[in-house]
Each structure stands twice: as C-alpha cells, then as structure tokens.
Design a protein around this ligand. Structure first.
Ligand code: URP
Ligand code: ZN
Ligand code: ZN
Ligand code: ZN
Length: 469
C-alpha cells in the first residue's frame, strides 16, 4: 500500500487552523500528528506543505453535468466536469439525477448511473429530482433511501410543465421525507407567477437577457421560500434545504425559521456573492446571456451580496454550492437571441468555488474554519457523506487539498478546464491557489499538472443527513 506524509502545513477544519502533519495510507487518512510528532523516516513519500493550508477535499453538493435543459444539455460531461472540479480542489460532487413528469424514478436513476459509470475523475453521489410526485414516485423515494444511497430529493416550485410540483404534491413528498428521513431540497421561485411576467415582457418586446432577472423578482423567491417553509411545518417539520438562495428577503424567511429552531437550511452560490443584475445580466447587447441562471443575479444597488456573506457567517446559509450548469455562449446561450426566455439557464463555476470563497477569508468576511465548513464539512454532513468526506481525520477518505495562500489565481476561459467557450468569471483575480489535490490517496493535481484518470471516481452511497432533528 502506498503511504504519503503531508508535512509542515496548517490543517484547517471546522475546529480551526492547527499546524500538523497528515499521514495517508492507501485511500484513507491514517493519522494527524502535532508538527514533528509524526514518523520521521519510513516507507512513505513526503509532500512538503510548508506555508500551505491542508484542507479536506471540497464537496460540491449541487452540480448538473450533461443536464438536459430547454432543448440542449449542459456542456460539461461527467468526464470534463469532474476533471475541472478536481483542478479547483473539489473531490466530491453531488449531481442531480432526474425523473421528469411521466417517467419512472428508478429509470431516471439508472440513466444517471449509466452516464457516470467509468467517466468521473472524482467521487460522486446523487440527489434525485422528482418531477412528477405521485403514488409511484413517493414509493420510489422510500426505495432510494433504503437501498440506493440517495437521501435527498429536489422539488421545483418553478418551471410549470417541466419540473414543477404544486403545493399538494410538495406536501405529500415532504410527508414522505419526514417518514423516511430524507431531505427535501427546494427550488423556491413562484413559477406560475414568473411565467405571467415573462409572457408580458416578451409581448412588450422586452427580450434582452436582463429581463430574465426582472421577470423573476425577489418577491417571488421570498414568497416561495416562505411557502416551502410553511408547508414543511405542516409536514411535521420535514427537513428542508433551500437551494441557490439569492435574495435578502428569501434569506430573511430562512433566518426567521431557523431562529424558531426549525429544520430549515439553505445554500447560496458564488455567483450571488459576487455578480449583479446590472453589471453582468445587464451587459450590453446579448452578452448578459452568459449570466442567465435561476434564481437570477440580484441588483447590486440593494444589500443582497452583503446579506448573503453575513448569512454565511451566521449559519443562516450553511453551504456554498456552485449549481454548476454550464452552457456555451455559441449555439447554446445563443438559442435565446431575441427572446431571453429561450436562453438555457445556468452558470459554470465548479472549478472556482474553493478559490472564490477563499476570497472571503482574504477580505475578512469568513474565518478559515468557516471557509472549510461552507465548502466541505457542512455539505458532507448535510447530505450524509460525513465523516467519509469533508474532514481531515483518521479513517476518513484521503481527499485532501493543499492550498497556497501566497499564490494567485486569475480566472479566464484560456486557463479554465470546464467545457465552456467563455468564463462567467473572466478576469477575476484571487489571492490564493489550489496547489495539490489528493483523491482517495492519489495525487491527481499538482500545480498546473494533471495526474488523475477518468474512472477513478466512484459512486458514493449516502446516509441520512447529520442535521435531522
Ligand atoms: O439556472 C439554473 N440554476 N440551472 C440549473 C437548474 C436549477 O434549477 O438548478
Ligand atoms: Zn434549481
Ligand atoms: Zn438567526
Ligand atoms: Zn441546480
């Protein structure tokens, strides 16, 4: 068995930042030592981590590789997307398998296993999108929790006719989750109301990308978030996780529920922490299409971004995921020239989350411990991957990142590894850089060099959330 001693670094986890050495044997972390207390000589390779942070491999709990959407599909395959994730220090993704209305849940799951088998560079797990809540899919939820290692289900209050569930369907799925211990993940936007606003805008000739944001106002995210929280309370406090939360008033709903001790959690995404409706979505001509995603980017004239950073500190926002759903500009985003509602929804960031959130540490908005919690430890705990993932501790998988705070990262289409013909983060410069990435004991990224292999990544069966009341 190969062994590796990571020596001289600062080990960072939810417990704080502590100088220490990490011994990896085979695929697992074998021991964590006080500096110098580890073996001095032996049959192991030494990785010098002097001046670096040694953090758990990051867990991205929200990706959509190859996701079919609006007549096209997300441009990263599981091959290209998980390789790009690895470059960015992410060693586990949780992707969304899909059941569409009229389809069988287990068929959707089998299709996702078929797409991923032998393709992934890092470990992966699935949530299940339930696009048609009925007796059969409710039964399937039990089966997935009991036998398939799938313990979270995403429902949509948006996209009528595609993924949408009405309130009765949502309540039934929540009751089911309350019984079997699963987490309900909610896309909280009032889809029927949005569809009215979209139709009215297009009829008035307001077709530029910025109208994607204007027709999805904060009120319709806040209303849906509140409604989801109330429905979960009716379902005996079913655990509820709001995905891609973007707006201050939606955050207020989550914070109020949490202050009452409710089983409610939320994630945000890097795009909502940095980018705005005016600057990106409102870029001249059709350029703004690059930033069409749902929930949409919010106004930079309001306090959304500051409120989201504060939410990350207060734990009203527990997790930062990417919602990685990339489309190329040419031919894909361009499907919406002349009609913003035809622009496929999504932004690609799976490679940049660790760096973008580290900027919060540099700017004094997050502690080192909170950085690691929001990108690795909490998503692992939230979705039943802990302590296998998300922590540097004896017995955990040796998914480890050496992060160099003295180096710099400049993001752009010329250097990223995602299968996109543009970068939503072009020109962003960050203090800090992913230096070395280890996946289950194998060094897969070293500086700019790639040593990983397609097929190294394994499917991980998840347990129930650590956060169930
Ligand atoms: O715009 C987005 N978020 N696309 C992916 C699908 C979703 O709703 O998460
Ligand atoms: Zn969504
Ligand atoms: Zn609070
Ligand atoms: Zn998503």
């Amino acid at each position: 068995m190969t062994a590796l001693l990571i020596r001289g670094g600062t080990v960072v986890g939810p417990q704080g930042a502590i100088p220490g050495d990490v011994l990896v044997v085979g695929e697992k972390i074998s021991a964590v030592f006080m500096p110098g207390d580890g073996p001095q000589e032996g049959d192991f390779e030494i990785l010098d981590a002097t001046g670096k942070y040694v953090i758990p491999g990051a867990v991205d709990a929200h990706t959509h590789m190859e996701m079919p959407f609006g007549g096209t599909k997300a441009s990263d395959t599981f091959d290209t997307g998980t390789r790009a994730a690895a470059f960015g220090g992410t060693t586990t993704i949780i992707d969304f398998a899909i059941q569409r209305y009229g389809e069988v849940v287990q068929d959707g799951l089998a299709a996702w296993h078929a797409k991923t088998e032998g393709e992934c560079h890092i470990d992966y797990a699935f949530h299940m999108i339930i696009g048609g809540v009925d007796d059969d899919s409710l039964k399937a939820m039990d089966q997935l929790v009991a036998n398939e290692g799938i313990t979270s289900f995403k429902l949509f209050m948006a996209y009528p006719g595609v993924f949408y569930s009405d309130d009765g369907q949502i309540l039934r799925a929540m009751q089911k989750a309350r019984d079997n211990g699963a987490m309900i993940m909610m896309h909280a936007e009032n889809g029927p109301a949005i569809d009215v606003l979209v139709k009215q805008a297009v009829e008035r000739g307001l077709t530029d990308p910025i109208y994607h944001g204007i027709t999805r106002p904060e009120a319709l995210e806040a209303e849906a978030t509140s409604r989801a929280i109330w429905l979960a309370s009716v379902a005996a406090d079913c655990p509820l996780y709001i995905v891609h939360l973007s707006a201050s008033k939606a955050l207020e709903q989550v914070a109020a529920a949490r202050d009452l001790g409710r089983n409610v959690f939320a994630e945000t995404c890097p795009q909502y922490l940095y980018l705005t409706l005016e600057e990106q979505l409102g870029a001249p001509g059709f350029e703004g299409a690059k930033w069409v995603c749902s929930t949409p980017l919010r106004s930079g004239k309001e306090s959304h971004r500051a409120d989201l950073w504060r939410g990350l500190r207060s734990n009203d926002l527990s997790v930062v995921s990417t919602d990685h759903c990339p489309f190329c500009f040419k031919d894909q985003k361009e499907m919406g020239i002349g009609d913003f509602s035809k622009i496929p929804n999504g932004i690609g960031s799976v490679e940049h989350r660790v760096d973008l959130l580290y900027q919060g540490v540099v700017d004094g908005k997050l502690s080192l411990a909170r950085w690691v919690e929001t990108i690795a430890t909490t998503p692992a705990r939230m979705f039943g991957l802990f302590p296998q993932k998300g922590i540097i501790a004896p017995g955990s998988d040796a998914d480890i990142v050496l992060y160099d705070p003295a180096a710099r990262t400049r993001i752009g289409v010329e250097t990223h590894h995602m299968n996109m013909d543009y970068s939503a983060w072009e020109g962003f410069e960050i203090a800090g850089k992913v230096d070395t990435v280890i996946s289950r004991g194998t060094v897969i990224v070293s500086g700019d060099a790639y040593h990983g292999t397609k097929g190294h990544g394994r499917f991980v069966r998840r347990g129930l959330s650590d956060y169930l009341l």
